[in-house]
Design a protein around this ligand. Structure first.
Ligand code: AMP
Length: 286
């Protein structure tokens, strides 16, 4: 039986009871509009834990003024159905008023990395995201929490926060789930037309091109970044936000040569009004 809980206090008392009963708790935080990417996290959570909580909450703290908070897709009934089919125990679906009552002040600051990459175009995004994730962890008390590598910078910052704050939760990163075309699944793909969906595959094609260049023996990071950037920029309808080749360990950019595990991070805008921002990334084996 899947139940829907909106009250943070009720959610907290439920998970504290489960802990007393010696149950492990798997937690999948989402903003809803669930797709196969979310479902892959949910399935892993089911595999590893006695109880599974999925949160569905479009967090106002992580949206900038001109972003898509009001238009973000919210097909709640369908999401509930998918969670039921997946055998989830509780859907935690609070309102913004319940999570952030009048007078709410406290926030988490993830430091320098929150201003880089996606943080450049979305300056308040990561601190807003960390604040809600920290709060959700305190409400849900998870043993394991599952996040997609799709949002690689997010995953990195969450691991950093849990280390810094000694949070008693194991963060599990899961691989990116893609459409057959290579397009990384995203709730924001619902904004795209058929033509744009095709154009948006350039992010994946850029990743594949870089992997091929590395295989051929072109390890100069600046050349590789230029290759990916050009491929995206030359695709009609696309406008590059950033392309970076960074250390998978520190998330900081490499110089001319990559040392150790490398990650290619890409972001691009598609369309005019409204402009949709898409992200993608991949491990690059040097
Ligand atoms: P969201 O609802 O967009 O906030 O995403 C909720 C969780 O699902 C985050 O941990 C995302 O990284 C993850 N996620 C979203 N899209 C994908 C995908 N295509 N593959 C794997 N995980 C994903």
């Amino acid at each position: 039986m899947t139940s829907i809980v909106t009250s943070p206090l009720k959610m907290q008392s439920t998970t504290l009871r489960w802990i007393r009963e010696d149950c492990s708790i798997g937690f999948v935080p989402t903003m809803g509009c669930l797709h196969e990417g979310h479902l892959s996290l949910i399935r892993e959570a089911k595999k590893r834990s006695d109880k599974v909580v999925v949160s569905i909450f479009v967090n106002p703290l992580q949206f900038g003024k001109n972003e898509d908070l009001s238009t973000y897709p919210r097909p709640f009934e369908r999401d509930v159905e998918l969670c039921r089919e997946a055998g989830i125990d509780v859907i935690f679906h609070p309102s913004a008023k319940e999570l952030y009552p009048r007078g709410f002040q406290t926030s988490i600051n993830g430091g320098e990395l929150t201003k880089m990459y996606c943080g450049k175009t979305r300056p308040i995004h990561f601190n807003g995201m960390l604040t809600v994730v920290s709060m959700l962890f305190d409400i849900v008390n998870p043993t394991f929490a599952f996040f997609g590598e799709k949002d690689f910078q997010q995953l990195f910052l969450i691991k950093q926060m849990c280390r810094d704050f000694h949070k008693p939760v194991e963060i599990v990163g899961m691989p990116i789930v893609r459409e057959a075309s290579g397009l990384a699944m995203s709730s924001r793909n619902t904004y795209l037309s058929e033509v744009q969906r095709e154009q948006a595959t350039c992010l994946y094609r850029a990743i594949e091109r870089v992997k091929n260049e590395v295989k051929k023996g072109n390890p100069n990071t600046r050349d590789l970044i230029a290759t990916a950037r050009n491929l995206v920029a030359q695709t009609p309808g696309m406008q590059v936000d950033y392309v970076h080749l960074v250390s998978g360990k520190t998330l900081l950019p490499f110089g001319d040569r990559a040392i150790g595990p490398a990650r290619l991070l890409l972001a691009a805008f598609i369309g005019q009004t409204p402009k949709v921002r898409l992200i993608d990334n991949a491990a690059i084996p040097f």
